[in-house]
Design a protein around this ligand. Structure first.
Ligand SMILES: C[S@@+](CC[C@H](N)C(=O)[O-])C[C@H]1O[C@@H](n2cnc3c(N)ncnc32)[C@H](O)[C@@H]1O
Length: 361
């Protein structure tokens, strides 16, 4: 019996050209979500790899799919047994993309996630979210376990609502409130409460800096309302590199590559002559989906305060980025968050940072 395949009758060049043509076609179908073509792409790529040593980079150039995704697809195809992938009638038990989302996990963790996906009929996006949430919980638990101990004088994190925290501060004692509250519509009126309370808590030269998710109509109205309590001094923009994991601006649906930071205060001291943009190209999202870049927040802290200043963040988050930025730049810090599970993580992160700084000194 002949074992020749149709490819064997073609010249090597024509066979390879035919192979590339098929790969491009499969990738185009996958891109336009006709249905996930990962399985077919993976098998095809494996063939090309074996026969012509095709690299993921080359394949990515030709298909427009990312090399990392191509590598993941091939890895799924290499490791996933058909018996696992299909039920007894030959139908796929889970979409291929669900397996892609589980790549890189150890066997036990992957099995658990796949079982959950099957039981709850999770989409690939749902599996992605679940995996990230599990990783984040793991990172938080590990951080708390690895950073016991007390915070030094001048640094604290309280479990309190933003309003409670600000109302409890000594009037006229705070040099800057630098905060990144939730971006949803529901929080905008609370920003106005923050400005009202900040007007009492701040020193005469003190500033309130609030990061917003975007600058839509409702944020503009909010800025007008903020100005009833404190004059507007400047707007800075944190500009994220395109490769960062960008969040969606809830109002416009656009991906926010720029986040405005509205700076208010009664002082007349000249603000430093810097640009209004803070460029950020690092991704730090291991402790909190909303975690900001420490580099970006350190730049903000340095623009708005001097060493020794007292900085408050009334929505500090689990990663407590403003607090870490303050420790790195020699400022005092009071953080607060209403999340019961958030606060121990924020404290642990600061304890860890203090230890790292004293080791480096
Ligand atoms: C956008 S996140 C802050 C992220 C932080 N900048 C970081 O880099 O990790 C907003 C935080 O505000 C907290 N929050 C929500 N409502 C609050 C309230 N009323 N008072 C205080 N904190 C609140 C949430 O628990 C969340 O941790």
């Amino acid at each position: 019996m002949s074992t020749r395949t149709p490819d064997d009758t073609l010249s090597p060049e024509a066979a390879q050209e035919g192979w590339w043509h098929t790969l491009r076609r499969l990738a185009a179908r996958d891109r336009y979500h006709e249905r996930p073509w990962g399985w077919e792409i993976g098998l095809h790529l494996l063939r090309g790899e074996r026969r012509w040593g095709v690299s993921y980079q080359e394949a990515a150039r030709e298909t427009g799919l990312r090399p990392k995704r191509l590598r993941t697809i091939v890895s799924v195809v290499r490791t996933l047994e058909v018996s696992r992938r299909q039920d007894t009638s030959g139908r796929d038990t889970l979409p291929f993309k669900v397996y892609e989302e589980c790549q890189g996990l150890d066997q036990e963790a992957a099995d658990e996630l796949l079982a959950l996906a099957e039981a709850k009929r999770l989409s690939a996006r749902g599996v992605h979210r679940e995996r990230r949430a599990r990783e984040m919980r793991g990172a938080r638990t590990a951080l708390i376990a690895s950073a016991p101990g007390e915070l030094p004088a001048g640094v604290e994190v309280r479990h309190a609502s933003a309003e409670r925290l600000l109302a409890d501060l000594k009037p006229g004692s705070v040099d800057a409130i630098i905060t990144d509250p939730p971006y949803g519509r529901a929080w905008l009126p609370r920003c106005v409460d923050v400005a009202r309370l900040a007007a009492d808590a701040l020193t005469p030269d003190g500033v309130l800096a609030i990061m917003l998710g975007g600058l839509g109509g409702e944020e503009l109205d909010t800025i007008t309302a903020l100005r009833a309590h404190l004059p507007l001094r400047a707007v800075h923009y944190v500009v994220f590199d395109a490769s960062n994991r960008l969040t969606k601006d809830w109002a416009s649906g656009l991906r926010s590559q720029v986040k405005p930071v509205v700076v208010l205060g009664r002082g007349e001291r000249k603000l430093p002559a810097v640009t209004n943009a803070i460029m950020v190209n690092e991704t730090e999202k291991d402790l909190d989906p909303w975690q900001q870049s420490t580099e970006g927040f350190a730049a903000l802290v340095e623009r708005l305060t001097v060493p020794g200043a007292l900085v408050v963040d009334c929505c500090c988050g689990a990663a407590c980025t403003t607090g870490v930025a303050c420790l790195r730049t020699g400022r005092r810090f009071i953080g607060g968050d209403s999340g019961e599970r958030v606060v121990p993580v924020a404290r642990a992160r600061l304890v860890q940072e203090v230890a790292a700084l004293s080791q480096a000194a």
